[in-house]
Write a protein that binds this ligand. Structure first.
Ligand SMILES: C[S@@+](CC[C@H](N)C(=O)[O-])C[C@H]1O[C@@H](n2cnc3c(N)ncnc32)[C@H](O)[C@@H]1O
Length: 442
């Protein structure tokens, strides 16, 4: 006889006192029977009714939403966005927290990850424990920075644009997104119907005025002719099979950062916050202190942002090698850096390309991996080149902390770390850790 299915607890309600924040945009609570709950839409110290959204009687932990707040935290504010709240848009995690509290929550998560996965206190990581707002962001209560220069709208069965609900394919239709940059909102994607489409990505480039709309149709659907509220200088359509059909305009947007223009083609990575690229380059260069004649590596180099900054500093006697796995990004990087003779960009995955570059020593390394981080083998390959400084740019503090533990194994320690709130209202942060070899005899 097949074993009886464990009964689901979805919809069960528990009255709980909420404990600390955890990685993932939720807080931890325990039911009277000792079940662990990951509760969204709440804040540490609150007394809430938590309604289970995922899990059954055998689950190690349950996911839940705070559906009623019995005792509110002093950090709680009315969510500025009408689409935020239990069962609604999954895009933002901390709409209900005052801006300063959002940064404290993010700081607590970074501290917890560093301690748990790398065994580092903030002091040992060279971090003052603060999460710094991006320059120019509104940080007062009730103000929402409109920072998102790239928004991927999901389209529901009725052709309405919205954003996905938390951990779901369901779409929350919206009529505006408060964190979308003005250039994205002005396109009016939410105001028109998109029958037959699965997603619509809207991009408003920084500094050039370029805009791009990328459409992904549902299987078997035809591509529409699109008219948007604002002229779109670039407009492209993804076919389902992965090929790309050009409708009109350029197949890329031009971004501006570090006084250069960057071609970023279809699907290529570019930081979403308009201030991020300049801020991260400045932070990384301050940490690495490149010198004329240095040999520098830019791992996971995207369209070449850090490579350019390094090349300008290491001069004619130095050299920069970038490694990037995206074919289109490599083409863009080579195009973007064509004036910098001492830069070479290799196409391929870092873990495969790095051990085969023929380079046996490097003075400086910057690595900016995707959310999964770099991993032990790549960290070993970096250490084998004996760089005097390594700058690690991380969009996931868990991956950073895990990789810092690997760096410790091969004799590198953080000299300092900074943490930036480049994703206000969401749980995400960007960290930069600068590492150096552990002093001999230490
Ligand atoms: C966070 S982005 C950083 C890009 C660039 N440093 C910047 O700031 O614009 C990570 C980049 O790594 C690339 N990537 C992902 N996995 C990779 C791998 N295993 N090897 C090389 N590049 C990879 C992605 O295509 C993406 O361009």
């Amino acid at each position: 006889m097949p074993a009886a299915a464990t009964p689901s607890l979805v919809g069960e309600e528990y009255e709980v006192t909420v404990g600390p924040v955890a990685h993932g945009g939720h807080c931890i609570a325990r039911t009277d029977e000792g079940r662990v709950l990951f509760v969204r839409h709440t804040l540490p110290g609150e007394r809430v009714i938590a309604s289970v959204t995922e899990g059954d009687a055998d689950s190690r932990f349950l996911r839940a939403d705070a559906v009623e707040v019995l005792e509110a935290s002093k950090d709680r504010v009315e969510a500025p966005c009408p689409f935020s709240g239990p069962g609604q848009c999954g895009g933002c995690d901390w709409q209900h927290a005052a801006p300063g509290a959002q940064r404290r929550l993010k700081g607590a998560v970074v501290a917890e990850q560093l301690q748990r996965l790398a065994g580092l206190t903030p002091e040992q990581a060279g971090w003052d424990g603060t999460v710094e707002p991006a320059p120019g962001d509104k940080v007062a209560k009730g103000e929402v920075p409109a920072w998102r220069t790239r928004v991927q709208y999901a389209i529901d069965e009725e052709g309405r644009a919205g954003l996905r609900k938390h951990r779901s394919h369901d779409v929350q239709p919206i009529d505006r997104c408060l964190i979308a940059a003005p250039g994205v909102s002005e396109l009016g994607v939410e105001k028109r119907s998109w029958p037959g489409m699965e997603s619509v990505e809207a991009i408003a480039a920084t500094g050039s005025g370029d805009r791009q709309v990328i459409l992904t149709p549902r299987p078997g659907e035809r591509l529409p002719i699109v008219e948007l509220d604002k002229p779109v200088s670039v407009e492209r359509v993804h076919e389902r099979d992965g090929s790309v059909h050009r409708v009109h305009g350029r197949p890329f947007v031009r971004e501006r950062a570090i006084d250069r223009t960057w071609r970023v083609g279809d699907g290529g990575f570019w930081q979403v916050h308009p201030k991020a690229a300049d801020l991260l380059v400045e932070t990384v260069m301050t940490g690495l202190m490149p010198k004329k004649g240095d040999m520098a590596l830019d791992l996971y180099c995207g369209v070449g942002l850090f490579s350019a900054a390094l090349a300008e500093r290491v001069g004619e006697k130095g050299a920069v090698l970038g490694i990037e796995s995206g074919k289109r990004a490599v083409e863009d990087a080579r195009h973007n850096l064509r004036d910098l003779e001492r830069v070479r960009i290799e196409h391929g995955k870092v873990d495969r390309v790095l051990p085969r570059t023929g380079i046996t020593e490097a003075d400086l390394v910057v690595l900016d991996p995707p959310r999964s981080g770099a991993g032990r083998e790549t960290v070993k390959s970096i250490a084998a080149l004996s760089p005097r400084r390594v700058a690690y740019v991380a969009c996931d503090p868990a991956a950073l902390a895990r990789d810092l533990a690997y760096f410790a194994e091969v004799g590198y320690e953080p000299r300092w770390t900074r943490v930036f709130d480049l994703f206000p209202m969401t749980q995400h942060v960007e960290c930069v850790a600068v590492l150096r070899p552990v002093a001999k005899g230490a």
